[in-house]
Design a protein around this ligand. Structure first.
Ligand SMILES: NC(=O)C1=CN([C@@H]2O[C@H](COP(=O)(O)OP(=O)(O)OC[C@H]3O[C@@H](n4cnc5c(N)ncnc54)[C@H](O)[C@@H]3O)[C@@H](O)[C@H]2O)C=CC1
Ligand SMILES: O=C(O)[C@H]1O[C@H](OP(=O)(O)OP(=O)(O)OC[C@H]2O[C@@H](n3ccc(=O)[nH]c3=O)[C@H](O)[C@@H]2O)[C@H](O)[C@@H](O)[C@@H]1O
Length: 437
């Protein structure tokens, strides 16, 4: 099949590459000339495990091409995917200017039947808006389909190639047939393509992200309660996660959810609810609790240093909003940096992938280290903000040697409490008893 993907960011590049991997001919269109040039020359623009190999293979086989020319890009396409940004507008609702702008352009360029697919996360009613935007300039046949994407950064290739499910919102039999053919190779494991109407598909995406954000936030509140009542959140997590109705996944407490999607999508759903005079109370609370949670370590750190962080120096391990990505959008680490610097402290950070992005954003507000151990030099304490695998079993003697004193504040519960006690660290984490020295 001939596929065009408009927008070559995380979702567009992963989708485009994975569609090419099963033999489709894929054209990726982006307005960012530098990005397109890089990609066309074989340089991948995001860090995503497993993507590079597939990208290089399909580029070489000429199943994957890149262009800035929308007209050229969509000329041959059977299906056009829109993987465009939907950032929060001023009022928190999803800003549809990219999606509707491109839809209008497409309307001017269409010749013959094509399926236009919303892969961006968009509010209920957007399929209809895209339809109207295309219809403004085009009288021929076309269908608009809602096909939200559920991939996670860091495991995006696996999620795309072996999805739990594919959701397709359409009322057109013709579009349904094309979408079934396209996704057949990806749902071989018996996982379903679920067909539904467009509004239900659009809402499914927000419901999924909001539910997961709520699940995490619930555990963050349980963790707070554990700290106050003397319980251990790891035990509680295991105790409830074994109940199949609850499930083991997404129960890990920490310093809040970040990333480009949970924060904006929860906010957008609250906003959509307001538009129909519905007060989505749970989600309002989720947003509030998550804001507080990002700085959950701060009072612990301040208390340890007797309320005064002026002149204190901190090592910070982890900047990305989660491991295995260089994405720092809404990363809790950035909030911690801002708070520490605001209190008069200095920070040296290390992250395996995200340092260039942080440098581009906050530059020399903090220092950057070459290795996780270099970051520790002369630091009064180590703070862990992202649970990269390489932080899980570090050389503790090197940590002890690097820090001024053996003090760790862990926002992701990466170390075992007994182990930390036996090593003689002052160790505070989330929802577990502090090991005090
Ligand atoms: N990042 C993720 O893990 C996931 C994101 N989503 C949703 O997918 C959508 C896209 O997200 P990302 O890929 O993360 O965004 P992104 O910001 O990484 O990529 C968007 C791309 O669109 C390009 N673009 C902007 N305007 C354009 C135009 N007029 N013509 C052509 N290209 C244009 C940008 O240059 C950029 O390369 C959003 O709605 C997001 O909520 C859904 C599931 C997962
Ligand atoms: O719409 C999207 O963009 C995507 O958003 C999330 O994916 P992603 O943001 O890549 O990352 P997650 O693995 O979901 O983690 C999100 C945040 O929650 C935090 N988290 C996750 C799980 C957990 O148990 N505890 C926890 O604090 C992570 O640290 C991270 O900050 C969803 O998991 C994807 O299904 C969805 O497609």
């Amino acid at each position: 099949m001939k596929i065009t993907v408009v927008g070559t960011g995380y979702v567009g590049l992963v989708s485009g590459t994975c569609f090419a991997e099963t033999g489709n001919k894929v054209t990726c269109v982006d307005i960012d000339e530098k990005k397109v040039q890089k990609l066309a020359n074989g340089t991948i623009t995001i860090y995503e495990p497993g993507l590079e190999k597939l990208f290089q293979r399909n580029l070489k086989e000429e199943r994957l091409i890149f262009t800035t020319d929308l007209a050229e890009g969509i000329k041959e396409a059977d299906i056009i995917f829109l993987a465009l940004p939907t950032p929060p507008g001023e009022d928190g609702s999803a800003d549809l200017k990219y999606v509707l702008g491109v839809a209008e352009q497409i309307g001017k360029l269409l010749v013959g039947y094509k399926v236009i697919v919303n892969k961006s996360t968009v509010p209920v009613g957007t399929a209809q808006k895209v339809h109207n935007a295309i219809r403004k300039n085009y009288n021929g046949e076309f269908d608009v389909v809602s096909n939200p994407e559920f991939l996670r950064e860091g495991v995006a290739v696996d999620d795309f190639m072996k999805p739990d499910r594919v959701v397709v919102g359409t009322s057109s039999e013709r579009a349904k047939k094309l979408m079934s053919e396209l996704y057949a190779p990806y749902v071989r494991q018996g996982n379903p393509v679920i067909f539904m109407d467009e509004p239900s598909a659009e809402l499914t995406k927000y419901a999924a992200n909001s539910f997961l954000a709520t699940k995490i936030t619930f555990m963050n509140e349980i963790a707070r309660l554990c700290e106050l009542l003397g319980a251990d959140v790891d035990m509680v997590r295991k105790g409830i996660g074994t109940d199949e109705r609850i499930g083991k996944r997404f129960l890990f407490p920490g310093i809040g959810y970040g990333g480009s999607c949970f924060p904006k999508d929860v906010q957008a759903l609250v906003r959509s609810s307001h538009e129909v005079d519905y007060d989505f109370k749970i989600l309002e609370s989720v947003m509030q609790v998550n804001e507080d949670q990002k700085l959950h370590l701060l009072p612990k750190i301040k208390k340890y240093f007797n309320g005064n962080l002026v002149g204190k120096h901190f090592a910070l391990w982890g900047l990305a909003f989660k491991p295995n990505t260089d994405d720092i959008r809404e990363a809790p680490a950035l909030y911690i940096i801002k708070a520490l610097v605001g209190e008069g402290a200095t920070v040296t950070a290390y992250d395996p992938e995200a340092m260039p992005n942080v440098k581009a954003q906050v530059n020399d507000i903090i220092n950057y280290a070459e290795t996780q151990y270099d970051a520790l030099k002369e630091a009064d304490a180590l703070i862990i903000a992202t649970e990269w695998n390489e932080f899980r079993t570090p050389e503790f003697e090197k940590i002890a040697a690097g820090l001024k004193s053996k003090v760790i504040f862990d926002g992701r519960n990466v170390f075992d409490l007994q182990h930390m006690e036996s090593l003689g660290f002052h160790y505070e984490s989330v929802g577990r008893k502090p090991i005090t020295k």
